[in-house]
Write a new protein. Sequence first.
Lengths: 313, 620
Amino acid sequence: MMKLNFANANIDFLGQRRIALSVSAVLLVASILLLVFRGLNFGIDFTGGTLIEVGYPEPVELEEIRDQLEMGGFDRATVQNFGTSRDVLIRLAPREGEESAELSEEVLQVLRSGGPEGVDLRRVEFVGPQVGDELREQGGLAMLYALFGILIYVALRFEWRFSLGSVAALVHDVTITLGIFSLFWLEFDLSVLAAILAVIGYSLNDTIVVYDRIRENFRRLRKDAVEKVMNKSVNQILSRTIITSFTTLLVLFCLFLLGGAVIQNFALALIIGVLVGTYSSIYVAAALALVLGVDRTVMLPVKKEGEELEEQP
Amino acid sequence: MNAYPSWKYLLIVVVILVGLVYSLPNLFPEDPVVQIAHSVTDEVDEDTRMQIRAILEGRGVDIKAEEFDGSQMMLRFDSTDDQMRAADILRTALPDQHSVGLNLAPATPNWLRAINARPMSLGLDLRGGVHFLMEVDMDAVGDNVAERYTSEFRTVLRDERIRYLAVERDGSSVEVRFEDQASRDEARDLLRREYRGDLDFSTRQSGDTHILTANISSDQLDAQRRLALQQNITTLRNRVDELGVAEPVIQQQGENRIVVQLPGVQDTARAKEILGATATLEFRLVDEANDPFEAERTGRVPANSRLYYERDGNPVLLQRRVMLTGDFINDASSGIAQDTGGAAVFINLDGQGARIFSRVTGENIGRLMGVVFIETTTETVEEDGEMVRQTTRSEEVINVARIQDQLGRRFQITGLDSTREARNLALLLRAGALAAPMSIVEERTVGPSLGQDNIERGFNSVIIGFALVLVFMALYYRAFGLVANVALTLNLVLIVAILSMLQATLTLPGIAGIVLTVGMAVDANVLIFERIREEIRNGNSPQASIQAGYARALSTIADANITTLIAAVVLFMFGTGPIKGFAITLSIGILVSMFTALMVTRAIINLTYGRQRRLKTLSI
């Protein structure tokens, strides 16, 4: 019988809370510094500009395409492979006062007029600078509103210390994921924003499961110390945590490896987020609630539908 | 011991059946079709249909199927290549009165169509096509409206023989200067009557001149802006129809933007040209007293006239005074003139336009009137490091005809060469008037090869990821894992069914959303199964463990899913386009996975183990 045996696991998760919280704090500060001083490699969704993806029947030399574009007057174009050596991504930064959507046509004309044979237009994206600005604003706002909604819901369902812990874990996950995107200079586009928001959902899911078990055990194991109860709770659901993360990652790796270049960064953001999110549910969300002084008395006054279910055999 | 009341089983069976039926249409691919209609008789007759078949057969284009609904003929093809070829051939081969349109028709069997079961539509990233976001220049709306009033004031004051010094536009207000107070007051009373409610008039004196200022009320300006946006949307729709695009999307976004999505369109240059141009019409009297060729040769144009050119290049002199602008046109259609039997365009004016036009045409019966088509393209270019809006304006006379009668709300323009020209003119009149200039602020084009690629890769990654999860679950949880697998599969079917029912558009992030849901849907089952294992380890009987496992996991699953749902709803509210698609699939996925993971698996387990009182072990 295949079984991960965590039934008797007794790892002192919360005993390591000082180390864990320090590690998280360091990572968090490092990420924030990266974001402030290095920033994100925003895609044209956010910065505005023109992006053209072309495909060739044979692998092409990027140098050749660069030369060709330069001769055509596009010396500011960045040219790179996208996915395979036959696919080429050309980026034109927005230039002050130039928002003409005709640009893509001109680039295509230049590419068709010489250089490697058989160029095939695969994708054009043009985003005006004002649209990009708005999106950045809206994306940030969406994230803030999501956090706020979650803060309220968790405070209602659990308690403010849990609520604070869960939101701290979310901020932690999002910031570190963004920090990794900044560190490796990975492109941050609309789909990555969607992934980050999905990370919020996933990480939260994980945190709530941990909290739920802690709440249940607070009511059942009245004699044990708070830290012991919390440790026990995390250990009890350890196999669930691992299996769920594993299956989710299984799917995400399929997306990352097989989904094509367009959703590669989307999948990557989620993979990072799921890993960090699983870690933070235990080491940030639960640990912080403990540090903030959660104990079983805060749980008792709340009458919940979960309680009557527990009375059943 | 563990049993559901029969209504729950029934509910589950019903949901599964409905889900299967409504997800079914997605298994039938869409056929590219060509639609042929007759614009005059509204029926493609038997002869023409035979002719069409013969033409296509002669050129070696295979028709997959043919349908005729009494008026339109629809031809299905195996590929879009065949479809495009057929459309090109038919456009040149068929007589004028036929319109040839491209479309996609689902190959859904009739019984499914009868219950409104239709496949999901595919987003541009999966199908290929163009997406434009266009911004309407709202400042120009106020200017245009004021400009219109300026020329109307001149006409009205001149007609009523009120002497004025000048009529000038100042931003979105109009200033009229008079020599004496009496004329000003007379003009004020007259204009007030004419433009009741639309304009606020005020008077002042500056030196010797008496000034009358007309301000467009802010309500009126807002209304004009909304109207302009609506009119631009209508115009875009008409122009897109002209492009012959299947299932275009043209929608308002925010207060001053319009989204245009044209699936399948590859010629973005032409699409931009047609969508971006601003066009309007003016009706002017022809200056019949002077010779236009003479004016062209000498370059001396009479003071009250302007030199225009017709489409064939002939010069024509039109009076400077505008009789009517195209802003007043409500509708235009083409047809046959009843008296002469020739081609004609029927024009409908709005109330104000009708009043003005009936007056000015009544005074000019028997004279020639020219219709001027004005097209403006706006482009922002860099000039000395500064952003400059450059406007190119082209004006041409599309038609000159004699005014035969006093014209009112509805009139016709005759003297056109063919019904085709009439149809084009009607289209230009209907579609021609963009109320305000627009610029493209966002463009996304996806080539068909990339679309195909995205579909294949997207679906492949879903299927492989899904299969791996199924294998893992079966190995890890054995019999219970198989039950979970049934639930997961059903999960996928139901998501597809709901997306089809909502007629949602499936995009690449949407597929990713589905994949993510699959990964997360497993979580609910894992929570339950781990709980059951735990209960068994604690020494509980299998039946009690099942009971407790489901009961205790419930609040966890509910809490976890509701919080994720909050995130999804926020995404939906603040996101645009692809993010919205992702949020929709995620939300549906969460709701569906709660149903399948809690109810469906429980029902199966109840049916399998529920009645075995002496159950010793569970295959978990």
